[in-house]
Each structure stands twice: as structure tokens, then as C-alpha cells.
Design a protein around this ligand. Structure first.
Ligand SMILES: C[S@@+](CC[C@H](N)C(=O)[O-])C[C@H]1O[C@@H](n2cnc3c(N)ncnc32)[C@H](O)[C@@H]1O
Length: 216
């Protein structure tokens, strides 16, 4: 695989694949938010158990970085409980649906990402997901999160800034994962833990291939 200049799933999709992908995504979002939220929480709880076992202490009162926290940020919301947690993402993760924010997303992330975000938000999928998150976690309001727009390959944090780094379903998207790993090692304190989960390469364009999404 050539990762020198682009991520493995940066292959351009034609209009039919895009349409297929959009339909499959909407169908996936329509399916029970209950199960999707439960899975997301379960995955991050497994990661937390692994991190605590590697650290030899509870995940409390620590500086945590999530790489590629995305627009849903449920994992960051769990990690931030009792810790100082920051997320970074190369895309605009400001979740307000207004003209200014849509234009900003268009400028930084392009038309496809903007269209997906607008559809998700205007159809209420994000709202339903957050509401379900509050219900499952038994909390009244979603925690205030800090998410910075930043490339994992070139982070602006000083060296030795974090006790823990967490990343899920991101490294397969990064154009130069080796550089992102070097950066992760730089910002992680000695004795720190990096918990990194990613999809395996199952095809030319990986698990995020629209044909797989659309069951073809
Ligand atoms: C499949 S999403 C996963 C989001 C979230 N971690 C989750 O599990 O729901 C991949 C995320 O990685 C981000 N990403 C890709 N390349 C990145 C990079 N070089 N630096 C920071 N974030 C990146 C994307 O913008 C996207 O939000």
C-alpha cells in the first residue's frame, strides 16, 4: 500500500457509489440509535480497561488526547469524565448547524463532508444519538468538550503533554500514519499509553468502501 501521499480510502467514488453510500448511511442512522450508542460506549469502556491495565492505575485526573474525535465525540465525552480531555480532528467538528459553520465546513472539508453533516443534522440523527447517550450514561447534559481542528501528522502541542492518547477508526484515514505515530510519541509523556484501534485493510479502499456499506 502506498501511504506516501494519500490515505488508502481516498479513492474517488463515482456518483452511483456516492448515492449508494448516502442511502446506506441514512439506513444505518435510522436503525436504533440505542444499539449504536451502546456499542460506542462499550468500545471505549474496553479501551479504558486496557489503558488502566497498562497504566497500572485508574483513568482519573489525567491529561488525555483523542486523535480524530470526529463529529459525534461520544468517546471523548466518556474519556473526559474525571479527566482533562482534548480531541483533535482535521475536520471542522463545530456541531452548530448555521450558515457560517456550513461555509466553514465547505471550505475546510469539501462538499461531500458538508453534505453528509447537513443531512445528518437536519434529519435529527445527531440529536437522537446525543439524547440516547445521556439516557444510557444517566446524565442530564452532554459534557462541554474541547475539540481542536488539527492534523495528527503535525500537532501544535508541546512535547510530553499527555498521559494517554486514544484513537478509534482514524489511523486508516491518515495520509501518513508513520508521521502521526511519531507525533503521538512526541506528545505522549514517558510511561504514557497510546490506545489505537483501526479497521483492517479488507479491500482496495478498506472497510469504508461504499460497496461494503451498501451490502454489495
Ligand atoms: C471514521 S471517523 C472516526 C471518528 C471517531 N473516532 C469515531 O470513532 O466515531 C475518522 C476521523 O478521522 C479524522 N482524521 C482523518 N485524518 C486525520 C488526521 N490526519 N488528523 C486528524 N484527524 C484525522 C477524520 O476527520 C474523521 O473525523
Amino acid at each position: 500500500m502506498d501511504t506516501a501521499s494519500k490515505g488508502y480510502n481516498s479513492k474517488r467514488l463515482g456518483i452511483f457509489s456516492r448515492f449508494s453510500e448516502m442511502r446506506a448511511l441514512i439506513a444505518a442512522y435510522r436503525r436504533s440509535p440505542e444499539a449504536r450508542v451502546r456499542n460506542a460506549i462499550a468500545e471505549v469502556l474496553v479501551a479504558i480497561a486496557e489503558i488502566e491495565s497498562a497504566l497500572g492505575k485508574p483513568l482519573q485526573d489525567l491529561d488525555i488526547l483523542e486523535i480524530g474525535s470526529g463529529q459525534h465525540s461520544l468517546e471523548l465525552a466518556v474519556l473526559s469524565n474525571g479527566n482533562r480531555a482534548i480531541g483533535i480532528d482535521q475536520e471542522n467538528c463545530d456541531d452548530r448547524l448555521n450558515v457560517r459553520n456550513v461555509l466553514r465546513t465547505m471550505k475546510t472539508d469539501g462538499f461531500i463532508r458538508t453534505a453528509k453533516t447537513v443531512v445528518r443534522k437536519s434529519m435529527g440523527f445527531d440529536k437522537a444519538k446525543r439524547k440516547e447517550f445521556l439516557r444510557q450514561r444517566g446524565i442530564a447534559s452532554f459534557p462541554k468538550l474541547t475539540i481542536m481542528q488539527m492534523d495528527a501528522e503535525s500537532m501544535s502541542f508541546p512535547s510530553n503533554s499527555f498521559d494517554v492518547i486514544f484513537s478509534g477508526a482514524v489511523f486508516e484515514h491518515i495520509a501518513n500514519p508513520e508521521q502521526a505515530l511519531r507525533e503521538s510519541a512526541r506528545v505522549l509523556r514517558p510511561g504514557g499509553v497510546f490506545n489505537c484501534g483501526f479497521h483492517l485493510y479488507t479491500s482496495d479502499s478498506g472497510c469504508h468502501d461504499a460497496r461494503i456499506f451498501a451490502n454489495r
